[in-house]
Design a protein around this ligand. Structure first.
Ligand code: PMT
Length: 405
């Protein structure tokens, strides 16, 4: 069978410690035969099942078993970015668990966490291990991150038991990867405006009123939207973070007024506005021009209301435009979020509550519910902000598709 799609492709194969590791030699040969470049990574356990020498000979490259090599550092970030595809075959129950939880104690998981390419995993284990709820839970989690399962086969297992758990055959793995094509980017041609991060409202030249937003949620949305083909403008408040995705236009602002002005400027040409910023509702009326001195026991600051960016854009929203707001709540979450959805003329609102552990400001994770105008509520588990961004944009895709009907 010809696999000409694989010619010139760069493939990282991660081999973990299972009896099925011997099949990785056949897998390597098939990829090389198809014209791919192959970089092999092995766990130490895997080297007990098959020799790195065999695999380096077949792949024509050194095999890496450690992030720190004998006399060099094997750059896992570079490898993650180099790969067009990554396949972990066999994937043991241990490695599934490490990948699902981001436990980065070997070179395979380090490259996996750095990879931006499609990642496939081909589990191999004994019958009951495979059917154990912990294993199945980890498989589902990996799939929720967008990783692609190459299903196990049925048959005789190393234990002598019969049933599920055999690693897929190398020919099937190569066939799956050769015929894999990424779904057409769903947001191609769409202009998306995203606000992210906090705003800082000056009290004097050294002090400000701000909040704990890191910008992570909005940046994740910008990156996922760009990957889906959108033309993204990110209006980012004062955050130490940014993005290295060069296609994203980043507009840096400090205050709510600056964010408001930038949003008003870009919104008319926008198809979808996503308001993930934590905008200060008030600002000091007359910020001092010089650093304020400590003179009295009490100090009163007069605050004035900032413009509500979401509400202003909501007022001028045209029929072809869509707006997604966020609601950060501490109590009466659902009721408040529904109120904001209506008041700001949003199409959907993403509710995150500080009552949920791991959700909201600064965490790498978030737990959201998405409420749409028809009062439909979609609830999601706690997951990485990148995965949350995928969920939000999946709903956006659904809304776009529904409007086309
Ligand atoms: O940045 P991270 O650390 O990753 O944290 C992410 C987040 C918690 C900041 C994000 O998930 C989030 O919830 N953002 C909105 C926070 C917020 O200010 O919510 P709100 O309920 O006060 O505002 C409702 C909506 O109106 C939001 O879309 C907000 O961007 C918008 N708004 C609010 C006030 C204002 N003056 N202008 C606005 O546009």
């Amino acid at each position: 069978m010809s696999h000409s799609n694989l010619k010139g492709k760069k493939i990282v194969i991660g081999i973990t410690g299972s009896i099925a590791a011997y099949k990785a030699a056949f897998l390597t040969r098939l990829f090389i035969k198809a014209g791919a470049e192959v970089q092999i990574l092995m766990t130490h356990a895997a080297t007990q099942f098959i020799s790195p020498l065999t695999l380096s000979t077949l792949s024509k490259r050194p095999v890496y078993t450690d992030v720190i090599g004998e006399d060099s550092w094997n750059n896992h970030v570079e490898l993650g970015l180099w790969a067009d595809y990554m396949i972990i075959a066999p994937t043991t129950a241990t490695t599934l668990g490490k990948m699902a939880n981001g436990i980065c104690d070997n070179i395979i998981v380090a490259v996996y966490l750095s990879a931006r390419c499609p990642v496939f995993f081909a589990p191999a284990m004994d019958l009951d291990m495979w059917h154990h709820p912990a294993t199945q839970y980890n498989v589902k989690r990996l799939q929720s991150y967008g990783n692609l399962l190459i299903p196990v086969g049925k048959g005789e297992l190393a234990s002598g038991l019969q049933g599920d758990g055999r690693m897929a055959e190398p020919e099937d793995i190569v066939h799956t990867i050769a015929n894999f094509s990424l779904p057409a980017p769903s947001l191609t041609g769409k202009k998306i405006l995203i606000t992210a991060g906090p705003t800082y409202e000056p009290i004097d030249p050294v002090r400000f009123i701000g909040n704990r937003s890191s910008g992570k949620m909005g940046i994740a949305l910008a990156e996922v939207a760009a990957r889906r083909g959108a033309d993204v403008t990110l209006i980012l408040g004062p955050s130490s973070l940014s993005t290295d995705v060069s296609s994203i236009q980043v507009v840096k602002v400090q205050t709510a007024i600056e964010m408001y002005e930038a949003a008003l400027h870009y919104f008319p040409a926008t198809d979808i506005g996503i308001l993930a910023a934590a905008v200060s509702d008030y600002r000091p009326k007359d910020p001092a021009q010089q650093k304020m001195k400590k003179k009295t026991d009490h100090l009163q600051l007069e605050l004035v209301k900032n413009p509500d960016i979401a509400a202003s854009l909501g007022q001028q929203k045209k029929k072809h435009q869509m707006m997604i707001g966020f609601a950060l709540e501490t109590n009466n979450a659902l009721e408040n979020a529904k109120g904001k959805l209506k008041k700001k003329n949003l199409d959907i609102i993403v509710l995150n509550s500080l009552e949920d552990k791991g959700a909201g400001f600064n965490h790498d994770t978030n737990k959201i519910s998405i409420i749409s105008k028809d009062n439909k509520i979609r609830k999601f588990e706690l997951k990485s902000k990148a995965a949350v961004a995928e969920d939000i944009l999946n709903v956006v895709d659904e809304l776009i598709a529904a409007e086309k009907v």
